[in-house]
Design a protein around this ligand. Structure first.
Ligand SMILES: CC1=C(CCC(=O)O)c2cc3nc(cc4[nH]c(cc5[nH]c(cc1n2)c(C)c5CCC(=O)O)c(CCC(=O)O)c4C)C(CCC(=O)O)=C3C
Ligand SMILES: [Fe+2]
Length: 352
């Protein structure tokens, strides 16, 4: 019925027990120039949750929801799960797909964005996995970026409204809406996207998604800030940092914030630690009311979004989208979206 015989959900991966934490972090940061002090801190964040990131469980839940959507939509594709940094590793999953007789699969990445970390690195994962499997590896076609898909925007908009309703009535109307996404080095953002599009594709897409979600939630003003920076302190990353921004808002008389993690699809560690622990504590210290909007991964519309992207690919329909920033991300067998797209930048301390 179609040229594809499976879907691979490709994600970041996270530890599932305390002994996994160090080797997981070594996989994430190999050759990335992250200082050892930062790694020691991040180990503590994971150990705070018993060494278990929720990310793998959340991805398994997404897969179950997509399986149900596929059944309803008459899409007959088994769904596989593979990660960049932790088990199930994508190399092992693609080997299993080959053993199961899969010859051609679609790949859904759990990042909605362009940029090196959000897009190109997923192409590299596909390339690495196929190379590791060698003869008989299935062809793998990655699906496009989906940061402005109507179903994603609708899920975030409802999450913002639900978060607002958790504030005391006296703070609800005036609460400031603050969007947050993962910071990246300024140099990585500058080289995000095909050079001909002028760079900064990651931060431009994040800014557009924030505008679309605010508009869909009926909110006139909002801020966009960044979180979870790592890397050596002398290297500039996207700013302002969320905690600094909460300080500035409190100093300016803001009484409460609604924080929306627009840059993430699930409540993984950067959400439950950096937002639900660090930023929440900072807000309490400042006397600022604080609520955090949910992420879309557990919303039924997320499984519908995956199904819609697969449907687009099968039918050749134009992308269903609300925004107008350049949109890339689709590609066969790890091929780049365009020449020199999201070129990785050399950083001090980076090995290879
Ligand atoms: C843009 C972006 C996304 C969103 C797109 C996407 O979703 O892919 C994202 C997601 C995630 N990042 C995650 C975890 C980590 N990211 C790190 C480090 C880094 N992230 C970066 C960027 C991004 N990261 C960058 C530029 C670095 C510096 C090192 C490097 O240049 O690569 C480190 C190292 C330690 C530290 O320094 O924090 C960890 C542990 C987890 C899993 C959490 C869990 O386990 O639940 C997820 C979903
Ligand atoms: Fe990250």
């Amino acid at each position: 019925m179609t040229e594809f015989d499976a879907l691979l959900l490709l994600s970041f991966g996270g530890p599932e027990k305390p002994d996994d934490v160090r080797p997981f972090l070594e996989n994430v940061t190999r050759g990335r120039g992250v200082p050892p002090e930062r790694l020691d801190e991040v180990v503590e964040h994971y150990l705070h949750f018993g060494g278990v990131s929720p990310i793998n469980r959340l991805n398994r839940d997404v897969i179950a929801a997509v399986e149900a959507e596929f059944a309803g939509a008459g899409i007959d594709l088994p769904i596989y799960f593979g990660n960049r940094n932790w088990h199930p590793m994508v190399e092992d999953t693609v080997a299993r797909m080959r053993d199961d007789g899969v010859r051609s699969a679609l790949v859904f990445p759990t990042s909605a964005w362009g940029g090196y970390s959000g897009c190109r690195q997923y192409h590299e994962d596909v390339l690495r996995a196929r190379a590791a499997v060698g003869d008989g590896a299935p062809t793998l076609r990655k699906l496009r970026q989906y940061y402005d898909h109507p179903l994603l925007v609708a899920a975030f908009a409802d999450a913002i409204a639900a978060a607002r309703a958790q504030l005391p009535p006296s703070q609800r109307d005036a609460a400031r809406l603050v969007f947050t996404a993962h910071s990246v080095p300024v140099s990585a953002d500058a080289s995000a996207g095909p050079p001909a599009d002028g760079g900064r594709l990651y931060s431009r897409q994040v800014a557009e998604a924030a505008r679309l979600c605010a508009q869909a939630a009926g909110v006139a003003d909002h801020d966009l800030v960044w979180q979870s920076r790592s890397g050596p302190p002398q290297v500039p990353w996207l700013e302002p940092d969320i905690c600094d921004h909460l300080g500035a808002l409190a100093a300016g008389g803001t009484e409460a914030v609604i924080v929306c993690p627009v840059g993430f699809v699930s409540d993984h560690l950067e959400v439950i630690w950096d937002l639900d622990t660090e930023a929440r504590d900072k807000a309490a210290e400042l006397g600022l009311g604080y609520v955090r909007a949910g992420t879309p991964g557990t919303d039924p519309r997320f499984a519908q979004l995956v199904t819609a992207l697969v449907g687009e690919q099968l039918s050749g329909a134009a992308p269903d989208r609300l925004g107008s920033e350049p949109l890339y991300g689709a590609g066969l067998n790890g091929a780049l979206c365009a020449t020199a797209c999201c070129e990785p930048v050399r950083r001090p301390g980076r090995q290879a």
